[in-house]
Write a new protein. Sequence first.
Length: 165
Amino acid sequence: MSLLPYRPNVGAALFNSSGLVLVARRAHLENAEAPAGGWQLPQGGIDEGENPREAVLRELAEEVGTDRAEVIGEHDAWLTYDLPPELVGVALKGLFRGQRQRWFALRFLGEDSDIRLDLDPHPEFDAWRWVELAALPDLAVPFKRPIYEILAASFARFADPPTYR
């Protein structure tokens, strides 16, 4: 496993006007209905020669069908995760041991109807919802949980507590 490289990747924490962050449920996962494991932030690969800021906006449009966002922050370091042994050689086309990610906070400028999972003929996600940033680690698969814990702390300044009235 250590001989395989990390895949260059970007991730998006998309915040709505209430300070909630968008999570999407992975399509075609056996554990997608489980409380943890099926939900994640949008993320995706960086193309050769592509700037990470451009990549995050492209990936957001590809994965959740909207470009109605602006970058408002960035985690100050690259974060990496390793795939669990049973996924090495299977996930990420079998070419990578995990991912090296640059994470961005984005402000959502649209309406909920602007989020369209059905635009891709092979969608990565089959559902989405807004959640409190602090809830991210509990929704993540175990091998991504440490990154989501870092992001919950790093991007806390962008999350205003929602009001339920």
